[in-house]
Ligand binder design. Structure first.
Ligand code: 2HA
Ligand code: ZN
Length: 273
């Protein structure tokens, strides 16, 4: 089947929409940001001959847990701004080989690109999230501006950072009751940053990379994107609050407890006083 038809697939429309939205928010300058979306064989078969392998490439990590799984991924060096106009160039669909050490390209990357340089972080994070949530499908990374800025000005303590974000919008505690994790500054695109991120992904769906950006997970693209939107909005409000002279009053821990009860969420243990 031609690549024209695959453009009608819901997963492709959703991916292109989220890429466009992320770019419009200013979170994906140049080639910043990357997304991987776990797809099933059943979703792909109406559009692709999955027995046709375009090329095979080695992975820098062994991800046997993901053998035979398919991912729609953004390409290394591709500009989010350009992907909608040329999806066959900027996006690819890969299948993880049985040995977990290679991946097969079955669609896309028409000008010879490889998947995002952050593939180790994505694949290891998928393994972490799938181990706690079978419905998990999306890993999304971008350079959300206010969150990134906060990593310079706010202490990088996970509990303190989480509490500040929770305080900035009433909805935050409901959207990410487990809080936000923070890793040390590490070189992007390495297995080391992938392992550190994936380790945090066992407990939280959102991980901050200081002075760089944010990594989030979700059951679908909307959920992952919504998580960034919510945390980024809180970080934006924090920026305004600081510019207006700092916090004079805020939601109390007792009120957070009422909120958690009303919305049936369990805030991260020991994050409330
Ligand atoms: O180049 O955002 O982290 C894409 C990135 C690397
Ligand atoms: Zn980045």
């Amino acid at each position: 089947m031609s690549s024209k038809e695959i453009m009608c697939a819901d997963f492709m429309k959703q991916m292109l929409d989220i890429i466009e939205q992320s770019y419009q928010h200013g979170w994906d300058e140049r080639n910043g940001g990357n997304i991987s979306y776990l797809l099933t064989q059943e979703e792909l078969e109406p559009y692709l001959d999955i027995t046709k392998v375009v090329s095979t490439f080695s992975l820098s990590i062994c991800v046997k847990e993901l053998a035979n799984k398919y991912f729609l991924v953004t390409g290394s060096g591709k500009y989010f701004r350009n992907i909608k106009g040329n999806p066959c160039d900027g996006l690819g669909i890969i299948r993880i080989a049985k040995n977990g050490k290679q991946a097969e390209l079955i669609w896309g990357f028409e000008n010879g690109a490889l998947p995002t340089s952050e593939l180790p972080s994505h694949l290891l994070s998928h393994i972490s999230r799938l181990s706690v949530d079978k419905k998990h499908r999306v890993i999304l990374h971008n350079h959300a501006s206010h969150l990134l800025a906060m990593t310079f000005t706010h202490e990088l303590d996970e509990r303190a950072f989480t509490r500040t974000l929770w305080k900035m919008c009433t909805e935050c505690l409901v959207v990410f009751p487990e809080g936000v994790s923070i890793i040390p500054w590490l070189v992007p695109g390495t297995n080391e940053i992938g392992e550190a991120t994936a380790d945090k992904m066992k407990d939280t769906r959102m991980v901050l990379w200081p002075y760089h950006g944010v990594y989030v997970a979700g059951n679908c693209l909307d959920e992952a994107f919504g998580l960034v939107e919510t945390a980024e909005k809180a970080a934006q409000i924090y920026t305004y609050v600081q510019a207006q002279g700092g916090i004079k009053q805020a939601i109390s821990d007792q009120q957070f407890k009422q909120l958690a009860e009303r919305f049936s969420v369990i805030p991260r243990k020991d994050y409330l006083d």
